[in-house]
Design a protein around this ligand. Structure first.
Ligand code: AMP
Length: 386
């Protein structure tokens, strides 16, 4: 049977207007992501939505674009309120609204803790179209900032609802819901569907359409995944390369699990799993650093004989048998020989350098290397022979 090809949609086909199409182009968003394809047409029809999607899926664009389009049709202050569980996420959301809406003059205010209330009150006095905040601080302003109300609100977005519904926020959210009109559109996004999220959905959404970007433990289709068996004795030390990587000094990130969650660095092309995580879910988080938001990416896993069991569990979880990375073993062993030789030379140079320095009180590493290479090219060194 012929395989059914998934049709690539454009933002235009989803019903996005000209001004916002230009914004997408400026941002380099060539095609909508899966969650955007599914969400935008329903949102433009004026439906409430519940979306199962994680950060990295393009979910912010999925709600920001239809909201901005509706704002263009009927501009007003305090049009939309977005609730986020963290300051960082709130700032990220406001940045996307501003980037997408800069051509249409959209005004945003971010209301999060740890920042001066007065500055935020000044931002509110400018009557922004979009307010993005954490529940506690938003409620604080609703109670204490003169002239600020959400009585004319048209759209409410609850982002990362599963995290919003912890005990600290639950009460604030109830109070915010009481301070906004019942007649509104509501979008709820969550990575997981917990009992509390279901309860919130019943309380504040009307006949929502349910959309899903990907099941929680699957990897995206644009990610090419491979593995390579490597005996344990050939694994050398880990590189803590994140900072260099972020600064674009290096273009490959070799990640530990510290870097496996929450990083949104759009330019990651490849993830190498240098070791195999014992928890298969960690594998999903790690490889999710690449192939983000519709882009392509590659993930290669180096599997040794002791990690085989974990690797098999990963294949079970993602429901795929991964192909082997096609490396030529002789070539790899040849490279290994050269790396080992380079390592030996560098150790000798540094040993010889520190002895000389101690003797002469100097510290010129480059000179040292040259001296050593000179010695290697014919001139004998008594010291190196020792
Ligand atoms: P989000 O899941 O909303 O946090 O988005 C994750 C990243 O994907 C952000 O850096 C967005 O700018 C980017 N993004 C969102 N939609 C698209 C798209 N259609 N094409 C390319 N990048 C996108």
């Amino acid at each position: 049977m012929a395989e059914e090809k998934e049709e690539v949609k454009t933002f235009k086909e989803l019903g996005i207007c000209e001004q916002l199409l230009e914004a997408c182009e400026t941002l380099g968003w060539k095609n909508p992501t899966k969650i955007q394809v599914e969400a935008i047409p329903h949102a433009l029809e004026g439906k409430d939505m519940i979306g199962l999607a994680q950060t990295g899926s393009g979910k912010t664009g999925a709600f920001a674009l239809p909201i901005l389009q509706a704002l263009l049709d009927s501009p007003q202050a305090f049009f939309t309120c977005v609730l986020s569980p963290t300051r960082e996420l709130a700032i990220q959301i406001a940045e996307q609204f501003e980037a997408l809406g800069c051509g249409i003059g959209v005004r945003c205010a971010v209301l999060v803790g740890g920042v001066d209330m007065v500055q935020q009150a000044i931002a509110l006095a400018k009557r922004p179209h979009i307010v993005v905040g954490t529940p506690g601080r938003l409620l604080d302003h609703l109670s204490n900032t003169k002239g600020f109300s959400l009585r004319m609100l048209k759209y409410l977005v609850l982002d990362e609802a599963d995290r919003l519904l912890n005990e600290d926020f639950e009460k604030s959210i109830d109070e915010i819901l009481n301070a906004i009109p019942r007649e509104r559109r509501t979008y709820l996004f969550s990575a997981t569907m917990t009992k509390k999220v279901k309860k919130l959905q019943r309380a504040c959404l009307r006949n929502p359409v349910k959309i899903e970007a990907a099941s929680k433990y699957s990897t995206v289709d644009t990610l090419k995944q491979q593995y390579r068996f490597v005996p344990a004795k050939y694994k050398s030390k880990r590189l803590g390369a994140l900072n260099k990587f972020k600064a674009r000094e290096c273009n490959i990130l070799i990640c530990t699990d510290v870097a496996s969650r929450g990083l949104d660095i759009p330019a990651v092309d490849m993830v190498i799993n240098y070791d195999i995580p014992s928890s298969s879910k960690d594998y999903i988080h790690r490889v999710g650093r690449t192939a983000r938001a519709g882009r392509s990416g590659v993930a290669i896993s180096l599997v040794n004989q002791y990690e085989l069991e974990w690797y098999i569990q990963i294949e079970k979880l993602i429901g795929k048998k991964l192909p082997e990375f096609p490396a030529q073993e002789e070539e790899v062993l040849l490279l290994l020989e050269r790396v080992t030789e380079a390592k030996r030379i560098s150790q000798m140079v540094s040993l010889c350098g520190s002895k000389r320095r101690r003797k002469a009180g100097g510290d010129d590493g480059e000179e040292e290397i040259e001296r050593y290479l000179g010695n290697k090219n014919g001139k004998k060194s008594k010291k190196l022979k020792r």
